[in-house]
Design a protein around this ligand. Structure first.
Ligand code: AHR
Length: 338
C-alpha cells in the first residue's frame, strides 16, 4: 500500500511538471501560439465578443446587411452586441463608447457619415480594441484608427449608373434632363455615387442634372422629394438617378400618381439591386439597378478572426458587384437573396 502511495505521488509530480512545461510553451513571450486560441492581445479568439454599430434600418439593403452580419457572427459561434444608430451619428458614438466600456474583442462599424469619429476611434485604439469598417468609409487621415475597410466601391457604382445612361441615350437628340435623389447628406455612398456619376456625365454636355436633393435613402423621403421635383419640373424630367433603390421605389409611386409612366416617360436608375428593384423592373417601371452587395457578413467574420490570429490583412477589401437591367429582371428575380 505504502509503495503504491509513493508511486502515485511520483506520478502526480510528473504530471504537474508536464502540465507546467506545456503551459509555459504556449504562453511564453515570443512563443508560437495556436492561431485559433491567441490573438496577440492575450484574448482567446475561440469565442469572440463583437460589437456591431449599424447605421439603421432605412432600406431593404440595410436589413439584408444586418441579417448577414448577425447570422455570420452567430454561425461562427461568437457573441454579438448589436446597436442600431437610427441614422444618427450621436447614437453611433454612444454605442462605440459602450462597446469600449464592455471591453469587446472587436468592433464592426458602419459609419452614418464620413467625418467626426476621430475621438471615439482613438479611444478604441487606446483600449486596444480593433475596429473594422463595414460598408462605409470614414474621412480620417490617421488610418491606424481602423484595421480594414470592407465594402463596395461607391464611386464605381456611380460611374456604372452614368455609363448605362450614356449608352441608353446614345441616339437621343437634345438635352437629357436628370433629377437626382441623393442618399444621406455626408454619407460615403451619397458623396461617392454623386462623384462617380458626375465624372462620367461631364464629358456629355447634353446631360444635365436639373435638380438634386437628399431623400435620406428612404422610400418615404424619396417619394416626397420626387413629388417636389415633379411639381417644379414635371414633363421636363427625362431621367431619375437615385442613390438607392428604396428612394427610386418611392419616387416611382410619385411619378405614377402624377400621371406619368416610370421606366418609359422617366427612365429610372437605382443602386443596390434589392428584390424591390427587380420587382419594379419586371413590371417595366424601373430600367436599371447597380448592384451593391450587402451580404458580406461571413467575409467580415473571416477578416476579424484572421486579424486576431495575427495575420496581415489588407487595409481595403472590396466587394465584387454587377449591374442588372429591366430585361434580366424576371429571370433573376427568384434567385435574388435580398
Ligand atoms: O451604404 C450603403 C447604402 O446605405 C445603400 O445603398 C443604401 O440603401 C443604404 O441605406
Amino acid at each position: 500500500m505504502k509503495r503504491l502511495f509513493k508511486g502515485k505521488k511520483i506520478l502526480l509530480l510528473m504530471m504537474s511538471l508536464v502540465f507546467l512545461l506545456s503551459a509555459c510553451s504556449s504562453s511564453g513571450t515570443g512563443g508560437q501560439s495556436d492561431s485559433s486560441s491567441s490573438n496577440g492581445s492575450g484574448k482567446s479568439s475561440d469565442k469572440l465578443v463583437i460589437g456591431f454599430s449599424q447605421v439603421g434600418a432605412e432600406s431593404e439593403w440595410r436589413t439584408a446587411n444586418t441579417k448577414s452580419m448577425q447570422n455570420a457572427i452567430k454561425d461562427a459561434g461568437h457573441e454579438l452586441k448589436f446597436s442600431d444608430a437610427q441614422q444618427k451619428q450621436e447614437n453611433q458614438i454612444k454605442a462605440l463608447r459602450s462597446f469600449i466600456a464592455q471591453k469587446v474583442d472587436a468592433i464592426v462599424f458602419s459609419p452614418v457619415v464620413e467625418t467626426g469619429f476621430e475621438t471615439v476611434l482613438q479611444e478604441a485604439k487606446d483600449a486596444k480594441i480593433p475596429v473594422f469598417l463595414a460598408d462605409r468609409a470614414v474621412d480620417i487621415k490617421d488610418d491606424s484608427l481602423w484595421v480594414t475597410f470592407l465594402g463596395s466601391d461607391f464611386i464605381e457604382e456611380g460611374r456604372k449608373a452614368a455609363n448605362w445612361l450614356v449608352e441608353e441615350t446614345a441616339n437621343t437628340e437634345g438635352d437629357v434632363n436628370i433629377v437626382e435623389l441623393q442618399g444621406t447628406v455626408g454619407s460615403a455612398p451619397a458623396i461617392d455615387r454623386k462623384e462617380g456619376f458626375e465624372e462620367v456625365i461631364k464629358d456629355h454636355p447634353n446631360m444635365k442634372i436639373i435638380k438634386s436633393q437628399t431623400g435620406d435613402f428612404t422610400r418615404a423621403k424619396g417619394k416626397e422629394v420626387m413629388e417636389a421635383f415633379l411639381k417644379s419640373d414635371g414633363e421636363n424630367i427625362d431621367v431619375l438617378y437615385s442613390h438607392n433603390d428604396d428612394m427610386a421605389i418611392g419616387a416611382i409611386q410619385a411619378i405614377e400618381e402624377y400621371g406619368l409612366k416610370p421606366g418609359e416617360d422617366i427612365k429610372i436608375i437605382g443602386v443596390d439591386a434589392v428584390r424591390g428593384a427587380f420587382e419594379a423592373m419586371a413590371a417595366g417601371k424601373m430600367n436599371v439597378t447597380v448592384e451593391c452587395n450587402p451580404l458580406f457578413g461571413p467575409q467580415m467574420v473571416d477578416l476579424i478572426e484572421a486579424h486576431l490570429a495575427g495575420e496581415e490583412i489588407p487595409k481595403r477589401v472590396a466587394v465584387e458587384e454587377s449591374m442588372y437591367t429591366m430585361d434580366q429582371a424576371e429571370e433573376l428575380l427568384p434567385t435574388r437573396e435580398y
